[in-house]
Design a protein around this ligand. Structure first.
Ligand code: ADP
Length: 299
């Protein structure tokens, strides 16, 4: 409802802007016709008119941008509140049960596991918010080293395998013969691949099948492809998903938990490393492939 309200407000302001421009044009044309001979005044009038029109257009653009930004902040606040509240509520419930009832040993161990998973989820959310605050495009990298990309990718795959208790076949690493090195911040690059792999699993429903492939795209660049067979992404959303707080507004996405920060962080890190990231998908339910292109380390 609130989003619809804002859209209406944006439309009202747009229409208002257009009407004002039309009135100003009509006044100016009338004025020019009445004062054809007074050239000096005419020139002044035209300049004045151009200024008014520019002001009006800038004002309208500013208003529409502000409304969009507010919409994004609202969406983020909703997502973040949900992401913080749900695990806390769950942990509380289990703790209360443990406090007030006699619980069998195996059940108790199960409760501990669930509470641990919930607190990991909380930690993840807090870390993402902190990282999004720190990640600024253009900011210099701090801990630069030469990184063995294959090793880093395999470590990231292991992190996600154990996070989701997946079997060996769920994420397949397509082996390459040559070892490729990149130079950059290992922790940040690992955040890139774990985020992409986490999404690939999260947006895959029950049957998880993910492929990770690394290959030379040319002499100077390496390409890492992370392909899933999950819910897919509609064509018109392929660019938007990298924006801060943005989540695709369809049922499959909304079922999975998230804040819309992951890909924003990923893109910022890749850019800082002089690389590029994009996504390909044939549409909803047709899987997605995220492609990261990074410059190779100079020997
Ligand atoms: P989050 O996952 O927390 O919502 P992200 O920034 O990681 O935030 O992703 C933004 C949006 O991009 C997601 O909400 C989802 O709609 C879409 N998305 C990301 N990865 C995938 C994927 N592998 N398959 C389908 N949709 C994806």
């Amino acid at each position: 409802m609130r989003v619809a309200g804002r859209r209406k407000a944006a439309v009202v302001f747009l229409v208002l802007g257009i009407c004002l421009v039309a009135i100003a044009v009509a006044l100016n044309v009338g004025w020019i016709l009445l004062n054809l001979r007074q050239v000096a005044l005419l020139v002044l009038g035209v300049i004045f008119f151009a200024l008014i029109i520019t002001g009006l257009i800038l004002n309208t653009i500013f208003l529409v941008r502000e409304i969009r930004r507010n919409e994004q902040h609202d969406a983020f606040l909703n997502a973040i509140t949900h992401e913080l509240k749900t695990p806390i509520a769950s942990i509380r419930l289990y703790l209360e049960t443990l406090k007030t009832r006699e619980v069998a040993e195996d059940k108790r161990l199960e409760f501990y596991e669930i509470m641990l998973a919930d607190s990991n989820r909380l930690l993840n959310t807090v870390e993402q918010v902190l990282q999004a605050g720190q990640t600024r495009e253009g900011k210099r990298l701090l801990n630069i080293s030469r990184i063995n990309l294959e090793k880093l990718l395999k470590e990231s795959v292991e992190i996600i395998r154990s996070r989701y208790n997946l079997n060996k076949n769920a994420i397949e690493f397509v082996e390459t013969k040559n070892s490729i090195k990149v130079s950059g911040d290992a922790a940040e690059l690992q955040a890139v691949f774990t985020n992409l792999l986490d999404n690939a699993v999260k947006y895959s429903k029950n049957n998880v099948k993910v492929w990770v492939e690394m290959k030379n795209s040319d002499k100077k660049k390496v390409e890492i492809r992370i392909k899933d067979s999950g819910v897919g992404i509609p064509q018109n959303e392929l660019k938007r998903i990298f924006k801060r707080f943005y989540r695709v507004p369809n049922v499959s996405t909304q079922k999975a938990k998230g804040t819309g920060l992951g890909l924003y962080i990923v893109r910022s890190i890749v850019k800082k490393h002089g690389g590029k990231i994009w996504v390909e998908s044939k549409g909803e339910e047709k899987g997605s492939t995220f492609i990261v292109q990074l410059p190779k380390a100079v020997i």
